[in-house]
Design a protein around this ligand. Structure first.
Ligand code: NBP
Length: 476
């Protein structure tokens, strides 16, 4: 019988996605540039379901029922274009190409437009959850036409993770919207990981707790408002002892964090669309700073305070405050991510359901967390919410946390524990809250040296002061 769907690109992700489709009862055509991968998939997992292996692109395409649904799961970038160029001549109008790789959303927009000219649907699809997610149920973020979604959405929903019976997959929006949202997901992931790392550093160096104790603290936090996959795995990592040396594992890992680039894309794109995401930016920069061994070696002798860790009740109080600070900073980071999605949606003409984004991130993906349900509720209550921070419930939580949050940032500064994530989140919170920002002075400076003009608080219009002359004001 013809295959309902095909997967080309059978490295870890493609192979697991193909198995996931097969395990869900679909007949899956499978293809890979190097046929050995196709053969090994059939040998190892052929018994799991109904596969149609194909060596040649023509065979692969011929195996698919119409309209053809073809998932491309190859290395993002040029390989994706190479595969599209190879397969598109073999396809017919109405067929659907689903790119499940980590494409940049601008590439997806370009590809979607090019294929649309030929009557072929292109569904740029963010897939989160790594190889385990691909096999057992990822979070899936498809972008493309409504018509294309009607043809592939139900299958993608079926293989996605499910939470409370609901699939972690929804039609995000047209062209690049799916890959855009996936990119922001990864940006938020960077911010969340950085915040957790800062919490750990504070517990260790300011509250004097050891890794095993901190693991217990994280386990406790994981039963409360911070409940999430990232908190859960952090506890696991901190509880782990290096087999070779018997010391805490976290102490034998080199303290230089690497990145594959999606965090950087998020920040670059945020600058392009004009969305402030300092929490994500600080997380990207913190990883970058950690890798600059040259700079760090040169700065090691700079003076700083010498303070012993807190003890007794003071230490206990700090632990509780860090939980509050982590929660508040996390809300702010997520609020920035959602704001970025909203900003892009306005610019690109995407109608994105912001509550649905929270819903499909509750399972399958790295940032899955209890509190995504609350984000969903916030947008359900008020779809036009300008910022998550304005939601009554989140505002209340931030209000409750703010004293502890401020104390933690102050403690960190006093004790020379770098907390760029906590500090920038608090600054964002206060920046949005402020009646007046010193941006007034910045704009005045701009007018001074560059005649960039300014608006006044008391009158309409644009003005310039003759700074080098008699300082009279003219209307521009
Ligand atoms: P890789 O990103 O390592 O890509 C390997 C696959 O690309 C192989 O099937 C390879 O074929 C194929 N390929 C390459 Br490379 N160049 C090709 C070309 N010119 N023509 C045809 N095929 C080509 O695989 P992966 O780690 O499974 O990831 C697949 C996609 O999923 C990527 O875009 C990745 O960013 C994304 N993703 C990965 C994860 C994850 O956790 N790994 C999570 C979410 C998304 P070959 O066998 O013939 O060399």
């Amino acid at each position: 019988s013809p295959a309902s769907i095909g997967v080309t690109g059978l490295a870890v992700m493609g192979r697991n996605l193909a198995r996931n489709f097969a395990r869900n009862g679909y007949t899956v055509a499978v293809h890979n540039r190097t046929p050995a991968r196709t053969r090994s998939l059939i040998e190892e997992f052929g018994h799991e379901g109904s596969f149609v292996p194909a060596e040649k692109p023509e065979e692969f395409v011929a195996a698919l029922e119409r309209p053809r649904r073809l998932v491309v799961m190859v290395k993002a970038g040029e390989p994706t274009d190479a595969v599209i160029d190879e397969f598109v001549p073999l396809l017919d109008a109405g067929d659907i190409v689903i790119d499940g790789g980590n494409a940049h959303f601008e590439d997806t927009r370009r590809r979607e437009a090019a294929l649309r000219e030929r009557g072929i649907h292109f569904v740029g699809t963010g897939v989160s959850g790594g190889e385990e997610g691909a096999l057992h149920g990822p979070s899936v973020m498809p972008g493309g036409s409504a018509e294309a979604y009607a043809a592939v959405g139900p299958m993608l929903e079926k293989i996605s993770a499910h939470v409370d019976g609901e699939p972690c997959c929804t039609h995000i929006g047209p062209d690049g919207a799916g890959h855009f949202v996936k990119m922001v997901h990864n940006g938020i992931e960077y911010a969340d990981m950085q915040l957790i790392a800062e919490a750990y550093d504070l517990l260790r160096r300011a509250a004097g707790r050891g890794p095993a104790q901190i693991a217990d603290i994280f386990r406790r936090w994981n039963t409360g408002m911070l409940n999430s996959y990232l908190i859960e795995i952090t506890a696991e990592v901190l509880a782990h002892t290096d087999r070779e040396t018997g010391t805490p594992f976290v102490d034998v890992v080199a303290d230089a964090a690497e990145q594959k680039g999606t965090g950087r894309w998020t920040v670059q794109t945020a600058l392009d669309v004009g969305a402030p995401v300092p929490g994500i930016a600080e997380a990207v920069f913190a990883r970058s700073l950690s890798g600059h061994t040259d700079l760090r070696a040169a700065a090691r002798r700079l003076p700083g305070p010498q303070k012993p860790a807190l003890t007794g009740q003071d230490a206990d109080r700090l632990v509780d405050r860090v939980e509050q600070a982590l929660y508040a900073s996390k809300i702010v980071s997520y609020a920035q991510g959602w704001n970025m999605i909203q900003t892009a949606a306005d610019q690109f003409g995407w109608d994105i359901d912001l509550g649905a984004v929270a819903r499909i991130w509750r399972g399958g993906c790295i940032i899955r967390a209890g509190f995504l349900d609350e984000i969903r509720s916030a947008y359900a209550a008020e779809p036009g919410l300008p910022t998550l921070l304005a939601d009554e419930e989140f505002a209340r939580r931030l209000g409750e946390a703010q004293d502890a949050w401020r104390a933690v940032v102050a403690t960190a500064a006093e004790r020379s524990i770098p907390t760029p994530g906590f500090a920038t989140s608090l600054a964002y919170y206060d920046g949005l809250r402020a009646d007046r920002l010193p941006a007034a002075l910045v704009q005045a400076q701009r007018d001074y040296f560059g005649a960039h003009t300014y608006r006044r608080v008391d009158r309409e219009g644009t003005f310039h002061t003759e700074w080098s002359g008699d300082r009279s004001e003219t209307r521009r």
